[in-house]
Design a protein around this ligand. Structure first.
Ligand SMILES: CC(C)(COP(=O)(O)OP(=O)(O)OC[C@H]1O[C@@H](n2cnc3c(N)ncnc32)[C@H](O)[C@@H]1OP(=O)(O)O)[C@@H](O)C(=O)NCCC(=O)NCCS
Length: 382
């Protein structure tokens, strides 16, 4: 007689499956190697956080500038990848930018001399190259999609500003660069979330960093995980269209969604039940961008507030970081399908840190399954 798993343990809910020194996700705090996320968002840069996660400690001033300079020097991508991106990235094709990015990372693996070397030194070298090159792939792909001439990365720009530059060919405002930097800090790491867990499972077979990052990209793409930042904005656009067409007000839309048992994108979290504090940090920066851009940007935050209020009052479900992210990136003029690739540009630091940690003290991750299929039977009888 077989029985199914209790609902509350499905999806490994509530189960601790390993140790990590990298990150602690608690109800009221998110800590990267001992530093709280609000502290990092207020006082660090993405380069600082990347150093903290990958190298393992807060950089000194000299380490910080050497690290940032090294990242800036590693941004170029091979001509062969540029040719491939011209083939696969045009808007006329069905490829999502996450799939383009996954292919781009896989392509890079073939030319990385360290690809099969799992030593900590080699993994750090590979991680730095990927952190530096992923924004170039994103930017190059977007310019191809827009039918514009791609630009080279600008070594004078910080990581976040360079990402915006590569995607648009326009130097970002100081505020846009700052907000992008903060969002990259907030997205960098989150313990055993689905994509990091995927990367660790891949690493645990003693596979390579590039494979683990490709797997991470695949897991992050889904709308229940990183893909939610795009879907949250699409949902707000749908609500806006519903209201503008005179089909009803925001509450009417929400009641219909509740009746259809629809998942509202950018809400809920496996761990945070009293709210995701990254959301509040990003929202406050998003509001600054909206104030700079004017009423057309501000209206999405007003609509978001109305949705958030109904979710909280009627379902007691809080927004997660992907909800304000959608509105913030929209206010910054970033094309919606690039929201999740930008998440990758940040989370690759967390994935790489976890791959290194996994390889330092490895045991293959191989859980058990609860069999619910037919009783034992004879092939010749059936
Ligand atoms: C994040 C998410 C996948 C977590 O899933 P989970 O841990 O299995 O969800 P929970 O166990 O907390 O859900 C509890 C209840 O709230 C409901 N719920 C959770 N998130 C919801 C949402 N965004 N919209 C509507 N209902 C939601 C669930 O359907 C469930 O209802 P039930 O008990 O009637 O089945 C889920 O909240 C979700 O799909 N959110 C939308 C996608 C998203 O924003 N993802 C980004 C996460 S950072």
């Amino acid at each position: 007689m077989t029985t199914t798993m209790p609902k509350d343990t499905r999806g490994l809910a509530g189960q601790t499956i390993g140790d990590t020194e990298i990150c602690a996700v608690n109800q009221t705090s998110l800590i990267y190697r001992g530093y709280e996320i609000a502290d990092l968002a207020a006082h660090a840069t993405f380069e600082d956080v990347a150093h903290l996660l990958l190298v393992g400690h807060k950089p000194s001033a000299a380490e910080r500038s050497a690290f940032a300079e090294e990242l800036a020097s590693l941004r170029a991508i091979p001509d062969g990848l540029k040719r491939l991106l011209k083939e696969i990235a045009p808007a006329a094709l069905a490829s999502h930018p996450m799939s383009i990015l996954r292919t781009g990372v896989s392509y890079l693996s073939h030319f990385d001399r360290d690809v099969e070397d799992h030593s900590p030194e080699a993994e750090l070298r590979k991680a730095k190259r990927l952190v530096a090159q992923i924004p170039t792939i994103i930017g190059y792909g977007q310019m191809v999609r827009d039918d514009r001439t791609p630009v080279d990365p600008d070594p004078k720009l910080d990581h976040a500003a360079n990402l915006l530059w590569c995607m648009s060919g326009e130097p970002p405002t100081e505020l846009a660069a700052k907000v992008m930097d903060v969002s990259l800090i907030l997205y960098a790491e989150h313990d055993f979330n689905a994509s990091t867990f995927t990367s660790r499972v891949i690493a645990s077979t003693m596979s390579d960093l590039h494979s683990a990052v490709c797997g991470g990209i695949g897991a992050l793409k889904g709308e229940l995980h990183g893909g939610a930042n795009e879907k949250a904005m699409e949902m707000l656009s749908e609500i806006h269209a519903f209201v503008s067409a005179g089909s009803g007000n925001v509450d009417d839309f929400m009641q219909r969604a509740f009746a259809e048992k629809r998942k509202l994108m950018g809400f809920g979290h496996r761990v945070y039940k009293q709210g995701d504090h990254r959301a509040g940090i990003l929202r406050s920066w998003g509001l600054k961008v909206a104030a700079e851009r004017g009423p057309e940007a501000q209206k999405w935050f007003d609509l978001g507030d109305a949705v958030q209020k109904i979710m909280l009052e009627q379902k007691s479900i809080h927004p997660n970081v992907d909800f304000p992210c959608g509105m913030t990136y929209y206010a910054m003029g970033i094309p919606v399908p690039q929201y999740t690739p930008i998440f990758v540009a940040s989370r690759v630091t967390g994935w790489a840190a976890h791959v290194m940690e996994q390889h330092r003290d490895n045991r293959i991750i191989r859980p058990l399954a609860n069999y619910t299929g037919p009783e034992l039977r004879e092939w010749r009888d059936g």
